[in-house]
Design a protein around this ligand. Structure first.
Ligand code: PMP
Length: 358
């Protein structure tokens, strides 16, 4: 007689789930969210648009208006755009159409852990090409490994979570020119880097760009992300994606957030970039934890005298939540925190300084 666990794929049984302990603190710097929240003008307009919407009826099968709006916003064609329930859903759907038993996918870890999880759930194999010692991508090694292992895809996160490093255009082009698999660029944090690769999509149909409304767009609670790529690929992903993946409220919120991006959200992104540079400089000057220069709204910092767990605990005791990433490859001496409001950043800097002088 088979046991329950005999009925689960071995590739899944051996994995650990993606989890996060739900600590509650006044200052939350652990999930790279927008600390300012969604501006009132967006919330008011969304509430006006959804008022009276019949909850008993399904949302639109294809969010036509949102797709058109996003296509204009991103500078790409609407038939090469898909909207998902967070970009996580699109990472999953994309892996579902590419990965089966034995398929190789190149990653550069430490990176966002959901990539490996999805690849392995589907029976695929991760080929890891670590970054250089300063955490910059080792793009020569990525390119050579992708070609040599005949990988189906390379996933690059730019800027990368958790290192904050981005991919240079010349390196991305060299990869696309040498390698005939998919090149997936996760641009979850692109707004903070001043750089994106949508303009290469027309030239390279094997390039895929993924984005989210969870970070700069201040909508993590509403779960919206989008895919930009060749229409032929969008058609295939549509087969793996669940119907009605986007609820009507999130659809309306994404629509209004894009309409008001320049006036309501972009100024917040600019403040976060300014704050990132201020916090990084202050931390470096204090010479207690060494910040890793970042192009995103978060950064790594190195701690040698105290263990990352002690820093995490010390911050928690001061009502501030950061991320202990010391279990990630190469990060045994690091913690990660995201940029908050100016007041939150001052509180975090003061807490870092207290903890380090204990
Ligand atoms: N990509 C990266 C690099 C991320 O850091 C995250 C969220 N932490 C996601 C994708 C998933 O975002 P979403 O909320 O859109 O599912």
């Amino acid at each position: 007689m088979r046991t329950l666990s005999d009925l689960i794929k071995p590739s899944v049984r051996k994995l650990a789930a993606y989890t996060l302990t739900p600590h509650r603190t006044s200052i939350k710097l652990n999930q790279n969210e927008n600390p300012f929240g969604m501006p009132e003008s967006v919330i008011a307009e969304v509430e006006r648009r959804v008022a009276g919407r019949d909850w008993a009826r399904y949302p639109d099968f294809v969010p036509v208006e949102l797709k058109e709006t996003l296509a204009n916003f991103a500078g790409w064609r609407a038939d090469g755009l898909l909207v998902g329930n967070g970009s996580n859903e699109l990472i999953q759907a994309l892996m579902m159409i590419i990965v089966e038993g034995g398929t190789r996918v190149v990653l550069s870890e430490p990176t966002f852990t959901v990539y490996r999880l999805m690849i392995e759930v589907l029976g695929g194999e991760v080929v890891n090409v670590p970054p250089k010692a300063d955490f910059e991508y080792d793009m020569d090694a990525v390119r050579e490994t992708a070609v040599k292992t005949n990988a189906a895809a390379v996933i690059l996160c730019s800027p990368n979570n958790p290192t904050g490093k981005s991919v240079a255009e010349s390196d991305l082009r060299a990869l696309l020119d040498a390698f005939d698999g998919f090149v997936i660029v996760d641009e979850a944090y692109y707004e903070f880097s001043g750089q994106n690769y949508v303009r290469l999509l027309a030239e390279y149909p094997r390039l895929v760009v993924l984005r989210t409304f969870s970070k700069a767009m201040a909508m993590a609670g509403l779960r919206v992300g989008y895919f930009l790529g060749a229409p032929e690929v969008a058609i295939e992903i549509d087969k793996a994606k669940l119907p009605y993946n986007l609820n009507f409220f999130s659809m309306a919120a994404a629509q209004v957030a894009v309409e008001q991006y320049d006036t309501a959200l972009k100024p917040l992104v600019e403040r976060l970039i300014t704050e990132r540079e201020r916090v990084s400089a202050a931390l470096a000057a204090a010479d207690v934890f060494q910040p890793v220069p970042s192009k995103a709204n978060f950064m790594l910092a190195r701690t040698t005298r105290l263990a990352p767990k002690q820093v995490f605990q010390g911050m928690l005791e001061r009502d501030i939540l950061i991320r202990d990433v010391s279990k990630y490859p190469m990060l045994a001496e690091y913690f990660r925190f995201n940029i908050g409001t100016p007041a939150e950043n001052d509180a975090a800097l003061a807490a870092f300084s207290e903890i380090s002088s204990q």
